[in-house]
Design a protein around this ligand. Sequence first.
Ligand SMILES: Cc1cc2nc3c(=O)[nH]c(=O)nc-3n(C[C@H](O)[C@H](O)[C@H](O)COP(=O)(O)OP(=O)(O)OC[C@H]3O[C@@H](n4cnc5c(N)ncnc54)[C@H](O)[C@@H]3O)c2cc1C
Length: 323
Amino acid sequence: MKKKLQDCLIIGSGICGLMAAHRLTKQGMVVTILDKGRGAGGRIATRRLATSGGIEAVADYGAQFVTVSDRKLKPFMDEWRKSGILKLWYQDEKKNDRYIGIHGLRDITRHLARNLTVHQQKKVIQISHEGNWIVKNTDDSCFQADVLILTPPLPQSLELLRLGNIPLEKSLLSELQKIRYTKCIAIMGIPKKPGLIPSPGGLQLREGPVQWIADNQKKGISPHCPSITIHAEHQFSEEYYEKPDEEIVSVLGNAVKDWISGEWETVKIHRWKYSRPVTFFPELSLLLRNPGPLVLAGDAFSNARVESAALSGLDAADKLLQH
Ligand SMILES: Cc1cc2nc3c(=O)[nH]c(=O)nc-3n(C[C@H](O)[C@H](O)[C@H](O)COP(=O)(O)OP(=O)(O)OC[C@H]3O[C@@H](n4cnc5c(N)ncnc54)[C@H](O)[C@@H]3O)c2cc1C
């Protein structure tokens, strides 16, 4: 007789890991999430900056908005809207609704994490299977469970499997290894002069080194202070990834001088090594049965979108519940 799966470890407190945990917990499984970052969210990332006078500015520097086209996510959206976390931003040219966090997008993941067991600042360095899954972290802490879900960007999950000598069938491994991500350099800052980005506060640029620029005050998430987010285009991000911050700020600032003056009261850079996958695995998640139940999930299993990563997490949970 099959052993009933009772507990689950999830690596990653991004939207995928949190959605999987939410569903499994509801079905009575004991779930523990481990993440190397300081707060839940992964690529849903919001940062607070301050002026010299102590006024707070807010900037989303990962995902900028959320779309919802699948009915499965509607109950979550309704709850987030009712809880005052999410609001409609605007409708794009294809009439798709774009939603934003009222105080930044990371509130979604914070909200999801509040009733879950999430250990932040736990970087997993080793996984092994000896009767059950054993996960070791850089601080020497160790966790065990019947089931493991890996939600980091796929190259990082594959590296953990390689280090743990967890075998994958050759053709499957080669298919997974083909999935590549683009890099993205993000700038967030408080400009010295107000920007000229038109309402509703986000511009997708088609040419040059900048792909996206947002005025977070116009968006409504930084009510007390102007704040700007810039996302560099992927080829620029690849080329400038190792370059000094000042050089990046100068080149990107110059590229958007029609909308902002390029003078900053304060400015920060974040380098996303695995920003978005460019090719995808053809299933929402991948369940492996040997040496023990293991699911690979995340946006590489669907699409480079928050909603797709969320659906991947739900699918991972469903696969385990049916296992
Ligand atoms: C710059 C940028 C802009 C984007 N804009 C949008 C947008 O506007 N709209 C949209 O829908 N999508 C957007 N996306 C895509 C969206 O953010 C992602 O598709 C989605 O957030 C991925 O969620 P995830 O849970 O799969 O992965 P992640 O959010 O990356 O979560 C994986 C987690 O695993 C953790 N982790 C990794 N390795 C380890 C380890 N060894 N030990 C412990 N923890 C580990 C990481 O810390 C991370 O928290 C954007 C992404 C980027 C980078």
